[in-house]
Design a binder for this molecule. Structure first.
Ligand code: FDA
Length: 389
């Protein structure tokens, strides 16, 4: 079989690229259906972009690398595409845009565009024995026990990262990079819950509170959720992308107001009330009970000196702890690291050393924050390649 472009991986980036590239396009995926991560994303409603998407919301060995692709295909371009397909959406919080109805609408839109573009989609198929030829690439395509040789002028690899192996994630992109002598930065799970020693937050599972979580010098103020295994919730997932093994994280449990001033003021008005009762007006009651068992939170508000109130509120504002680890690729939303951006053109995603070979999407060392940024990177990097094919 001879095609102009073979694209390996029919996820967000692969479908977007196939839908917009010129020429005869073959799209290969080993899964039963394309865009499986789109389907489960955003609780089934797909947080498909973010109003505030710009390079500052991405982690990469080269913080400037994502700028070109993000500027040439922006969140507004994708919103326009979604609008033209009459997919209703809403902003949930912090610029995060979700489908009103279902993530399946995004998949259907991309499938429709691929069909219009005449894309040959091969599911439950694998590509192996990739080789460079005089005029492009060749590889063996296995489908239903049959093996075909494919010749392609250009090859786009978008098999994503290692997160959620149960859904078919593989390290294929990194293997292809290694085969062609391209550097891959260290990969690790990101946007992932922290784990702690078993008894650390006993009794708190399910409690959620607004917090500012800091790791590796970066802070995020959103919800924090205690789980049976440790900590999760948006603020924690965001911080996990900046955390390194063995480091401490810091949690501020009263990020949006001056708890010290509030308690002093209440002491003047209602000093006879129990300290824990008053604290439960600012924090979840179960969390206050937990803290009361660990620290001295006894007595009425009137019994607390300024110094004691200051120490206590400072402790609540700067609760430091060292996670034992993370839940790993089993639950991580993304993989941090990937194909070294030094190897790629920021404008086209083509590799500098192997003309005609492109990497796009999560496989590249560009990782977004939580909130629609990772899909925007998939759309933008896919369009950068599609325009160059
Ligand atoms: P993606 O992983 O989408 O696609 C890779 C494709 O390659 C898959 O179809 C896979 O089957 C295929 N493949 C892998 N190895 C192969 C092989 N060896 N041979 C053939 N095919 C192979 N982001 C966001 O912005 N908003 C959100 O709401 C969410 N929500 C979310 C929820 C959950 C549970 C997860 C796990 C992740 C998210 N994300 C997200 C992240 C987002 O899903 C992710 O960044 C993009 O899907 C990446 O797109 P790619 O196309 O690069 O990879």
């Amino acid at each position: 079989m001879q095609v102009d472009t073979a694209i390996i991986g029919a996820g967000a980036a692969g479908m977007m690229c196939a839908a917009h590239a010129r020429g005869r396009i073959l799209l290969v995926d080993h899964a039963r259906a394309p865009g499986e991560k789109i389907r489960i994303s955003g609780g089934g409603r797909c947080n498909f972009t973010n109003l505030h998407a710009d390079a500052g919301a991405f982690i990469s060995g080269n913080p400037h690398f994502a700028k070109s692709a993000l500027a040439r295909y922006t969140q507004w371009d994708f919103i326009d595409l979604v609008d033209r397909h009459r997919i209703a959406w809403h902003e949930k919080t912090l610029g995060q845009l979700f489908c009103d109805t279902s993530a399946k609408q995004i998949i259907a839109m991309l499938r429709g565009l691929m069909q219009q573009n005449g894309v040959d989609l091969r599911l439950q198929s694998t590509a192996h024995d990739i080789e460079r030829t005089a005029d492009g690439f060749s590889f063996a395509l296995s489908q239903d026990g049959r093996r075909t040789t494919v010749r392609a002028r250009t090859l786009v690899i978008c098999t994503g990262g290692k997160s959620i192996p149960k859904m078919g994630a593989t390290g294929m992109a990194y293997e292809v990079a290694a085969q062609f002598g391209l550097k891959v930065t260290q990969t690790r799970p990101a946007l992932v819950p922290f784990t702690f020693a078993k008894e650390r937050f006993a009794g708190l599972a399910g409690v959620s509170t607004q917090a500012r979580v800091t790791a590796g010098g970066q802070s995020f103020e959103e919800a924090l959720l205690f789980t049976h295994r440790g900590l999760s919730g948006p603020a924690v997932l965001q911080a996990s992308s900046y955390w390194r093994d063995g480091e401490e994280i810091s949690v501020n449990l009263s990020p949006d107001h001056d708890l010290y001033a509030a308690l002093r003021e209440k002491r003047t008005r209602t000093g006879r009330r129990n300290l824990t009762t008053v604290l439960a007006e600012h924090l979840p009651a179960r969390l206050v009970e937990h803290l009361a068992r660990k620290t001295d939170l006894t007595g009425n508000l009137a019994d607390q000196s300024d110094a004691k109130l200051r120490d206590m509120t400072q402790a609540l504002g700067h609760w430091t702890m060292a996670p034992t680890g993370t839940e790993g690729y089993r639950t991580a939303e993304v993989t941090l690291g990937g194909i070294d951006t030094d190897e790629l053109s920021a404008k086209t995603m083509e590799t500098n050393k192997v003309p005609g070979l492109f990497f796009i999407g999560e496989a590249v060392d560009v990782t977004g924050w939580l909130g629609g940024y990772n899909f925007q990177w998939a759309w933008s990097s896919a369009m950068a390649a599609a325009r160059a094919l």
